[in-house]
Ligand binder design. Structure first.
Ligand code: ADP
Length: 167
């Protein structure tokens, strides 16, 4: 890592980005010079939004943070990507105990793969602890109102995705 810039990488699927993710990014901006939100192209999940849609939504949702926060996509091993970005830190969000086991396993595996990279966890504010992209998609699919949980750009994209097909 450069002597002056402290950069943390926030990897995930972000399908779509929610207010919980944005809150975690905000908290990280208070601690790091730069936050790079990195959308995984190789996710084993089958996303609703394609990579480009997810990138565009995240960029718009995070634009208010200015140049301190950037969005990119990546392929391959996360630790290799983190190193290629001159960073030594991975950011993950922890909502509840249910997140812990998987996150703990990932963090220790990433450490095994590259011992110079640390994983840091931040908790979102309480109101976002029950938020997940999966739940948001389910509400959207059933025609519910997601405006309290996602940035406006996502709300609009969800509306388009789930628009009833005209008969
Ligand atoms: P994954 O990377 O497991 O596919 P996501 O893209 O949904 O998951 O999320 C990326 C990271 O953000 C994960 O560490 C996840 O635990 C965290 N996260 C997801 N939703 C929230 C939320 N509401 N509050 C805080 N962190 C969250």
């Amino acid at each position: 890592m450069s002597a002056t810039i402290r950069r943390i990488i926030y990897p995930g699927t972000f399908d779509p980005i929610t207010n919980g993710h944005v809150d975690v990014v905000y908290r990280a901006t208070q601690l790091f010079d730069e936050v790079l939100l990195a959308i995984a192209a190789d996710s084993t999940k089958k996303p609703l939004f394609d990579l480009e849609e997810r990138r565009a939504m995240a960029e718009e949702a995070l634009a208010r943070f200015g140049p301190k926060v950037r969005v990119t996509t990546f392929r391959g091993l996360l630790v290799d990507f983190v190193q290629s970005q001159d960073s030594r830190a991975i950011l993950r969000g922890l909502r509840a105990v249910s997140d812990f086991e998987f996150e703990f396993q990932m963090a220790l595996m990433n450490r095994k793969l590259n011992d110079s990279i640390e994983t840091l966890f931040l908790m979102p504010r309480g109101a976002y602890t029950y938020l997940s992209s999966t739940i948001i998609k389910e509400i959207g699919r059933l025609g519910g109102d997601v405006s309290a949980f996602v940035p406006t750009v996502v709300q609009e994209a969800m509306r388009q995705k789930y628009q009833p097909v005209p008969k």
